[in-house]
Design a protein around this ligand. Structure first.
Ligand SMILES: Nc1ncnc2c1ncn2[C@@H]1O[C@H](COP(=O)(O)OP(=O)(O)OP(=O)(O)O)[C@@H](O)[C@H]1O
Length: 459
């Protein structure tokens, strides 16, 4: 029953007071009692400026004179106060635990309304400051908060671009052209389509474009349309509204588009997007709106999409497996990544960099000589840079296990061998390097002929 209903149901004169005056007295005495009993009280106006603070609270926050707080934003006096939120929303926060200096206090916060019911401010009381009795609860809370912060940090790290344009190795004309186009695409904020064979660096370049774009500080979120079962992809992309499902998803879940809000969504293998979902994707690209599963309202977003395909998407359109309107919408800026066989001039640089990385992981330096490189040049690399990496990695690992020192040997040891060879009058300093080449070639022959490297997941 509302206060107004109370006053109507209670005729004047009962107990010698009018209903309205009883209510006024009740409010005053409740306020006086509460103010007296509690550990502090503060009120703010609708703009969250301190309108009143009692002496107890002023002392607690380090003020000798309560008047010094008046008119100041509440957060300047009580940094973790949520009174601004209560004055804005008009919704009370009946019980909360708030950090105050080095301790935590239990507080209650209520909106203040005028005669017409308009929110004119908010009032907060420190109900309980000796939270000793709450120690187990506080310890648990702190532990959960720390775990939450760590998980949030990890999530934010995962949603940061892992590569920059400098990570895209290559100085050949085709590689330079790709980097030039990527730099341009980064500044335009339009949808980008990256086309290229598997392992040519589409994902790496998507990270790099995000990294140099104005969205760099916002999330980078990846989703691979080919890796997620068709029945789950819609929820994964667009999210699920609370109550749409029972069980674990009861409370709803954000989709990848929502997680990428303000940033970039990398949609890998977009050619595998089921036909039924393609109109929904088109709508996001055109309207920047999503409709989570089971929700009957649209959610506005600001997401830049970078899509990638290792198939010829135009061919898929011709076969009726991909919508033409979606294809044209995605291909606003289309970048073709050249296969490795079209930029073999980059091979020495790539090999050097990859061997450095492989050596660092194995804890020993790995080398290759000119003969080895020449052999690598003769392969046509259907799996591109990923295949090159896998080949070098396998060769180095195989040599380490079967004949340590033949190829993937410690540089220091190699040098020592070379020195002792020189001392013995034999010019064998190049042996290891030649053997290195031969090993890489053996690995290459295995990978190249078996053809399984393409299926080997990338590092
Ligand atoms: N130009 C490059 N410079 C350095 N590393 C590269 C380059 N291109 C590709 N790589 C490396 O090759 C591997 C495969 O690259 P990436 O996953 O970006 O290829 P992709 O085209 O997206 O492949 P897929 O189509 O199979 O998903 C990664 O380890 C990546 O770091």
């Amino acid at each position: 029953m509302t206060a107004a209903a109370h006053t109507e149901a209670w005729p004047d004169g009962v107990l010698g007071h009018s209903a309205a005056s009883i209510r006024t007295l009740a409010i005053r005495s409740l306020f006086d009692r509460l103010e007296d009993l509690c550990e502090g009280a503060v009120a703010v106006d609708v703009q969250a400026r301190v309108a009143w603070i009692n002496d107890k609270y002023a002392r607690k926050v380090g003020l000798d004179d309560a008047r010094a707080a008046l008119g100041r934003p509440i957060e300047e006096i009580i940094p973790h106060s949520a009174l601004r939120e209560v004055a804005r929303s008009g919704k009370p926060i009946l019980v909360d635990i708030m950090p105050l200096g080095a301790e935590h206090v239990v507080v209650t916060r209520l909106p203040l309304r005028d005669e017409q019911g308009q929110v004119v401010g908010a009032i907060g009381f420190v109900l309980y400051e000796r939270v000793d009795g709450l120690k187990p609860v506080m310890a648990k809370l702190q532990q959960l908060q720390m775990r939450l912060q760590a998980a949030e940090r990890e999530l934010a790290d995962n949603r940061r671009a892992r590569y920059s344009l400098a990570s895209f190795l290559g100085t050949s004309a085709p590689a330079n052209e790709v980097k030039r186009q990527a730099r341009r695409a980064a500044q335009l904020d339009a949808t980008v389509l990256l086309c290229g064979e598997t392992g040519t660096g589409k994902e790496l370049l998507a990270h790099a474009i995000h990294h140099v774009s104005p969205r760099a500080a916002r999330p980078f979120v990846s989703v691979n349309a080919a890796a997620i079962p068709e029945s789950l992809l819609e929820a994964e992309l667009f999210g699920v509204a609370p109550g749409a499902y029972t069980g674990a998803d009861r409370r709803g879940r954000d989709g990848k588009f929502k997680l990428a809000d303000g940033g970039t969504l990398f949609l890998d293998e977009v050619g595998d997007m089921p036909m039924a979902l393609q109109p929904k994707l088109l709508r996001v690209l055109q309207e920047q709106e999503i409709e989570p599963l089971g929700a009957n309202r649209l959610l506005r977003l600001d997401v830049r999409v970078i899509a990638a395909s290792s198939f010829d998407l135009g061919q898929r359109v011709a076969e009726g497996r991909f919508r033409a309107d979606l294809y044209y919408r995605l291909a606003v800026l289309a970048l073709r990544l050249p296969p490795l066989r079209e930029r073999l001039d980059d091979l020495p640089l790539l090999v050097e960099h990859l061997l450095e990385d492989i050596g660092a992981r194995m804890g020993q330096a790995v080398d290759i000589d000119a003969d080895g490189l020449a052999l690598l040049r003769r392969h046509d690399w259907p799996g591109n840079v990923r295949e090159l990496r896998n080949t070098l990695e396998r060769s180095a690992a195989a040599e380490r296990h079967t004949a340590p020192g033949r190829c993937a040997r410690r540089r220091g040891a190699a040098r020592a061998q070379a020195r002792s060879d020189a001392a013995a009058g034999r010019a064998r300093a190049g042996t290891c390097r030649r053997r290195g080449g031969a090993t890489a070639c053996r690995g290459l022959a295995r990978g190249g002929t078996s053809g399984d490297l393409r299926r080997t997941p990338g590092p």
